[in-house]
Design a protein around this ligand. Structure first.
Ligand code: SAM
Length: 290
């Protein structure tokens, strides 16, 4: 096991959860570098990825893989070393370990075994997207990734409370257009959203506007690339909640304007400022109450 660098104070035994940059290598802290340099081992989500970072900063600490698929087994091994007084650093590929990344299991196990856990702060996409989003920062909920399947994704969106909190999601570039279509359908075309893309990188970009505008902006691009954080605060349901039921409004439009039921429902949803799927579910609820 390597000794601490001559100028570094000795590191206390324990588990160090070390944040690393989310794009810009300047975002590593001096403390993170010292911990990575002085630790006995660095447990990495992907050793090859972390090795690039370590090479860049001239750090020779041995690495060991610690990822989703070997988390349980490797945690036991690391725990045995921690119990003998080792200093182990945990890093993910980028950002803060444990935030939509491995880290919490080993932290939990270490705490249960009476081992000290040290957070070593640094970059995380969720916080940096929020602070520059222009959305209120007092109350927010971070959900990690939305479900990949369309139906489940829509159900998750429909279940969000319509309070003043900002909801924050990580999203993959190949799914963003589908997610925006679902957002439009659940919250209506005028829902304000923010997309933070490629934070801290050369092509960092914040898109702020209605879901319909951003959907058409991104659709017009040849491809959407890069890492994405999606933020929004669901618009409250309209105050002037119509007295009539959705079924009654649909029936009236069918009768007076000769619309199909589908088009009538679309119109009612638009007039109420809600998404089509929300209107449809409400219609189903009304019908089941009859
Ligand atoms: N632990 C990381 C953190 O603290 O942010 C997150 C890891 S998670 C596996 C990866 C996701 O985080 C990406 O798919 C993207 O949604 C978001 N992300 C990471 N880096 C980003 C960046 N530079 N810009 C925008 N989003 C980013």
């Amino acid at each position: 096991m390597p000794s601490d660098s001559a100028n570094d104070p000795p590191l206390a035994p324990g588990l160090y959860l070390v944040a690393t940059p989310i794009g810009n290598l300047e975002d590593i802290t001096l403390r993170a570098l010292r911990i990575l340099r002085s630790a006995d081992r660095i447990a990495c989500e992907d050793t090859r990825q972390t090795q690039k970072l370590l090479n860049h900063f001239g750090i020779a600490t041995p690495t060991v893989s610690y990822h989703l698929h070997n988390e349980g087994l490797r945690a036991e091994e690391l725990l045995a070393q921690l119990k003998e007084g080792a200093r182990i650093a945990v890093v993910s590929d980028a950002g803060t370990p444990g935030i939509a990344d491995p880290g919490h299991e080993i932290a939990q196990a270490a705490i249960a075994a009476g081992i000290t856990v040290f957070p070593i702060p640094g970059a995380s996409a969720v916080i940096n997207a929020l602070i520059a989003s222009g959305l209120p920062t007092e109350t927010f909920t971070f959900h990690g990734f939305l479900p990949a399947k369309e139906g489940q994704r829509r159900t998750s969106l429909e279940a969000l409370p319509r309070d003043t909190a900002v909801h924050i999601f990580y999203e993959a570039p190949h799914r963003i257009l589908g997610t925006l279509a679902d957002l439009e359908s659940v919250f209506g075309a005028t829902q304000h959203i923010v997309i933070a893309r490629e934070l801290t990188k050369l092509h960092e970009e914040f898109l702020r506007g209605t879901v319909a505008d951003l959907h058409s902006q991104l659709s017009a691009r040849a491809s959407v690339r890069g890492e994405i954080v999606l933020l929004f605060s669901p618009a409250p349901q309209q105050d002037s909640t119509p007295k009539r039921s959705i079924a009654a409004e649909v029936a009236a439009l069918v009768q007076t304007e000769g619309l199909s039921e589908k088009d009538a429902l679309k119109r009612v949803a638009r007039d109420r400022g809600i998404g089509k799927s929300v209107a449809y579910r409400e219609l189903q609820r009304e019908q089941s109450r009859r």
